[in-house]
Design a protein around this ligand. Structure first.
Ligand code: MV4
Length: 497
């Protein structure tokens, strides 16, 4: 393997370019007309235009991407996350073209893609799943029977599932028919498949996921990430480890995730999602067969570069995980910086990045995909960058993240920076007492603080204060000071010294 085509854009494409370079590989970027001068394109060794801004005609176009790999002399394809990362037909097209696929085998993508099939396979492998059905039902009678058996509340879920679509909580038998009908029709609209099944509803769970890594010889886990801080199924803050997981629970969940991966002959990097109940029981939800947005928090506490490991595994080499580093060290936090406007119901905000000051200093990592001058459009995801910190413990990681957020300036588009500031200053968040409904209960954290009008008044006040300070500032050195020269004199006259 010498040259890797990256079938993606933005921060993850740049992240993969960096991993290629550290592995001694060349990186081929692809770009739509909207991304001609994006950071990922400038960082790569080669770049291929693949079409217009509309994803279906560029980043989602399998034939164009395979052709770009062929014409650029690439011998491997990394899909990143989103776009085609979990489409088995893309993985197969890449392999048919004689290229290495930097991802799990297509059969593993397929097996985990169908929720009820995944449930059946996990059950067979001894991985704990939520009590319920492992096949869709088509009559209400058996569904009512099963609901009574597992006990209310129950949840009706779409078999094709994903993103929380086609899901309904049912608290009494009377509610079941209506819930089935509305879940099925939503599923039909969203996935073209109306089949639904039923599970016990887990109250107040956390969303905890386990990172796994598998090469041709072994499958290991790299602990958990806590992902409960989410709004409408969009994660906003992730951390590793989870405040709710001790080393004993980590080994139980880790062993379940390894068993899940081995049950589908997994290779590469993958993530098993679990619901973790308040009583410490945990249940497999699904497996993400890709590198995830939040992978850096695991990298920081395990001292491993997951993208480099993906590249090594795809090249048929053994993974290179430091033997002594198989437990987490310290604490990592990630804030997703999105161009979403808190004053406008968190709708995506567009515009040109007029100014960007990136945080730095000890323990701070910025995985970004945009620069000053870049246009933020509605064609792509609203995530501009991820701000990630590491510190020896959770309290220090929170302090460090607050400091880093104070250093961050993004002008030109609205961002969720203020939301992150309020969340990290919140005593309940600082306690670590989280669950998936945390943000729903805490609408106050999503309320915009200082309004644009307030900001304007503050800016005027600051400008007046600065003007006053400049007028009244006096030279700090006396006229008979030994130092002289035209520049110093000039500086004194202007009150700068
Ligand atoms: C659940 C659940 C509670 N009980 N299943 C949402 C997305 C889909 N992948 C699974 N989801 C859930 N399944 C049972 N039996 C609660 C959720 C859920 C959720 C899960 C993970 C992260 C965020 C969530 C937000 C709302 C609901």
């Amino acid at each position: 393997m010498k040259r890797v085509l990256i079938a993606n854009r933005g921060e993850i494409a740049l992240r993969i370019v960096r991993a290629c370079h550290e592995e001694g590989l060349e990186a081929v970027a692809v770009y739509s007309t909207a991304d001609r001068s994006s950071p990922h394109v400038r960082a790569a060794d080669h770049a291929v235009a693949i079409g217009p801004a509309t994803p279906s005609q560029s980043y989602l176009n399998i034939d164009r991407l395979v052709e770009a790999a062929r014409s650029s002399g690439a011998d491997a394809v990394h899909p990143g996350y989103g776009f085609l990362a979990e489409r088995a037909p893309f993985a197969e097209a890449v392999e048919r073209a004689g290229l290495a696929w930097v991802g799990p085998p297509p059969h593993a993508i397929r097996a985990m893609g169908d929720k009820t099939e995944a449930r059946r396979r996990m059950q067979a492998a001894g991985v704990p799943i939520v009590p319920g059905a492992s096949a869709p039902f088509d009559e209400l009678g058996p569904a009512l029977g099963l609901a009574r058996e597992v006990g209310y509340p129950v949840m009706v879920k779409a078999s094709a599932g994903g993103g929380g679509k086609g899901m309904r909580v049912v608290r009494t038998p009377e509610e079941l028919p209506g819930a089935v009908e509305s879940a099925a029709s939503e599923a039909l609209k969203a996935f073209g498949d109306a089949s639904v099944y039923l599970e016990k509803y887990i109250e107040r769970p956390r969303h905890v996921e386990i990172q796994i890594l598998a090469d041709d010889r072994r499958t290991i886990h790299l602990g958990e990430r806590e992902c409960s801080i989410q709004r409408r199924h969009q994660k906003l803050v992730e951390e590793a480890p989870s405040p709710a997981v001790d080393s004993e629970l980590r080994e139980w969940m880790g062993a379940a995730a390894v068993a899940a991966a081995e049950a589908v002959a997994y290779r590469g990097a993958g993530t098993c999602e679990f619901l973790l109940a308040p009583d410490r029981s945990f249940y497999f939800l699904e497996m993400n067969t890709r590198i995830q947005v939040e992978h850096p928090v695991t990298e920081l506490v395990y001292g491993v570069d997951l993208v480099r490991e993906q590249l090594r595994i795809a090249a048929g080499q053994p993974m290179r995980v430091h033997a002594g580093w198989l437990s987490p060290r310290g604490w990592a936090l990630e804030c997703r910086i999105t161009s979403e406007d808190p004053a406008n119901g968190f709708l995506p905000s567009t515009g040109r990045i007029e100014y960007l000051r990136v945080p730095g200093g000890p323990g701070v990592r910025w995985d970004g995909g945009v620069d000053v001058g870049d246009e933020v459009t509605l064609h792509y995801d609203s995530m501009l960058a991820k701000l990630i910190v590491w510190a020896p413990d959770r309290a220090q990681a929170i302090t460090r993240m607050r400091r880093a957020l104070d250093e961050l300036t993004v002008l030109g588009v609205a961002t969720n920076q203020g939301f992150h500031r309020r969340l990290l200053a919140d005593p309940a968040f600082q306690e670590g007492d989280l669950d998936i409904q945390f943000l729903e209960r805490r609408a106050d954290l999503s309320q915009p603080s200082p309004s644009p009008d307030d900001i304007l008044r503050l800016a005027v006040a600051a400008a007046l204060a600065e003007d006053h300070a400049r007028r009244t500032r006096r030279p700090a050195v006396s006229a008979d000071d030994a130092a002289d020269g035209a520049w110093l004199q000039r500086a004194r006259l202007e009150g700068l010294r």
